[in-house]
Ligand binder design. Sequence first.
Ligand SMILES: [Zn+2]
Length: 167
Amino acid sequence: MGEVLVLNATYEPLSVVSVKRAVVLLLKEKAELVEAAEARLRSENLTLPVPLVIRLVYFVKIPRRISLPVTRRGVLSRDNYTCQYCGIMPHRKALTVDHVLPRSRGGKTTWENVVTACEKCNGKKGSRTPAEANMVLREQPRRPRYIAIAALSSIEARQAWSKYMWD
Ligand SMILES: [Zn+2]
């Protein structure tokens, strides 16, 4: 069974729950269906579309932002396994994690300072900044709200979620 993205009443991503939990929230009318898969859930007395994204009817106050550790897997997933300099999508093993501001220059391992780079681009850039190496980032690196998307295997769910995943 898949996972369902739960949005706050304000449409901000809040958490990820199981399909079973999402169905309970929908049946109790605590949430409404925002995105559904084409597949349907069937039980003795009801048929429901499989939820992909639901939205809580009532606003839930979020105490603080959840911090996500920076991992190779997370960075590659965030960047869609694409080199952020030249745009190629080589085999995953040929991808590296590049510090935009090099570590030797005080660059930190934060979501905002690491990007996916192919071996060639990483080697070319070396210990320079993109500007010094005359290389352009395709996208400014950002902190993902929910890395759980990395664990999703279903392309349908990824697409449905992606609209809500970024700040
Ligand atoms: Zn490259």
